[in-house]
Design a protein around this ligand. Structure first.
Ligand SMILES: *Cc1c(COP(=O)(O)O)cnc(C)c1O
Length: 394
């Protein structure tokens, strides 16, 4: 039945619930987990045709598994991309983009405000093999353009940024990238396709940490790359097949059910975060609140144009620096002290000593991560209970 439907004719909410499942002869309603490492062929000839790709079908679960394929198909549709490949983690997805697209002598321009491990990936690992990376201010489009060299392969960014929620103008940066023959890679972890569709805005490649909002309940680690059929086929799929940073079928099954509730969860995350951000702005001891939904946010208009809602991440600076930040975090009774985000449970973290702790103080300062900064990934508990918990340490 599902095989006959053109899922492009449906909206994201419906794709999220129904696309990707090819019902088997058992007539199951829910997607099964295919725990098999290999597949059998009807004949030696058929085996040969599948290995060369002349005949579609499963070969080996490092690169073909029906549960993982269902997740890939569903996420590709939701992102309005031609094709998606799943990976063992968000970092493995970013690694795959680099391994697939870069060679020694190439250059990358990356936002200074990206996930800490992404900075380390470009600096320490791709750097080791002769790829150079320049880091620029996410919101300074002139700096992006000035950093592009003849050997620049792609621009890489996250928007909103973590933890300061700065917003990059995806269309503008896509135009700049294309003008200079580069690709634009966007880490869409914080918005998910429920709030923002970077490919529609001109980006070429999306990377995801499925660990966050796609799972939504903090259970599994996984990642994904979404792009055109050509980019995936030429650059990403050969790396996955050889490099082997594969998503497990069990994790794909968890992420598939995560996608089913993504749109309504994201809306609820955004509503709670907006309310909390407005409330935090009125509290004494709070210097500054970073949330794209606030009119005080420097790129509020851009966020309103580019995203359908403002996201679930709120950060704020305390007047009392690190001591006050640690005191507030330790005074909470309900919130989880963890660096993870995108969970139904509200999490609280001190970026300067956790997610961004391995950066040098200079790099951290340049990224604007102050010692008094606290980041919240606002969950789906009752907003009054969340406020009450934060008040304990304010
Ligand atoms: C967590 C995160 C990653 C890395 O994902 P993992 O699944 O933890 O490997 C990459 N980008 C962003 C924005 C993240 O928050």
């Amino acid at each position: 039945m599902t095989d006959d439907i053109n899922w492009n004719d449906y909206t994201l909410e419906t794709q999220a619930i129904r696309a990707g499942h090819r019902r088997t002869h058992e007539d199951e309603h829910s997607i099964p987990i295919f725990t098999t490492s290999s597949y059998v062929f009807k004949s030696a000839e058929e085996a040969a045709l599948r290995f060369t790709g002349q005949k579609p079908g499963n070969i080996y679960s490092r690169f073909t598994n029906p549960t993982v394929s269902a997740f890939q198909e569903r996420l590709a549709l939701m992102e309005k991309g031609e094709r998606c490949l799943a990976f063992s983690s968000g970092m493995a997805a970013i690694m795959a983009v680099g391994m697939g697209l870069l060679k020694a002598g190439d250059h990358v321009v990356c936002s200074r405000g990206v996930f800490g491990n992404t900075v380390l990936m470009f600096q320490n690992y791709f750097g080791k093999f002769g790829v150079t990376t320049d880091f620029v201010d996410l919101i300074d489009s002139a700096a992006w353009e000035a950093a592009i060299k003849p050997n620049t392969r792609f621009l890489f960014l996250e928007t909103p940024s973590n933890p300061l929620t700065e917003i990059a103008d995806i269309s503008l940066l896509a135009d700049i990238a294309h003008k200079h023959g580069c690709l634009l890679v966007v880490d869409n972890c914080f918005c998910t396709p429920a709030l923002q569709k970077p490919l529609e805005l001109g980006a070429d490649i999306i990377v995801h940490s499925a660990t966050k909002y796609i799972d939504g309940q903090g259970r599994c680690v996984g990642g994904a790359v979404v792009a055109s059929d050509e980019i995936i086929e030429k650059h990403i799929y050969p790396y996955l097949r050889t490099g082997g940073s594969t998503m497990s079928p069990f994790n794909a099954w968890v992420f598939l059910s995560g996608l089913e509730t993504l749109a309504i969860r994201m809306k609820a995350h955004c509503d709670n975060a907006f309310e909390l951000a407005r409330w935090l702005e009125k509290q004494t001891g709070v210097d500054k609140v970073h949330y794209p939904g606030l009119p005080s946010h420097a790129q509020h208009q851009l966020a309103a144009r580019q995203q359908s809602h403002f996201g679930g991440i709120v950060s704020f600076e305390l007047t009392g620096g690190k001591d006050h930040a640690w005191k507030l975090i330790d005074a909470t009774a309900l919130l989880s002290i963890t660096a993870n985000l995108g969970d139904v449970k509200t999490t609280i973290t001190h970026p300067a000593t956790t997610t961004h702790g391995r950066l040098t103080p200079e790099v951290r300062a340049a990224a604007g991560i102050k010692d008094g900064l606290v980041r919240l990934s606002v969950g789906l508990e009752n907003i009054e209970d969340i406020k009450k918990d934060i008040l304990r340490g304010l």
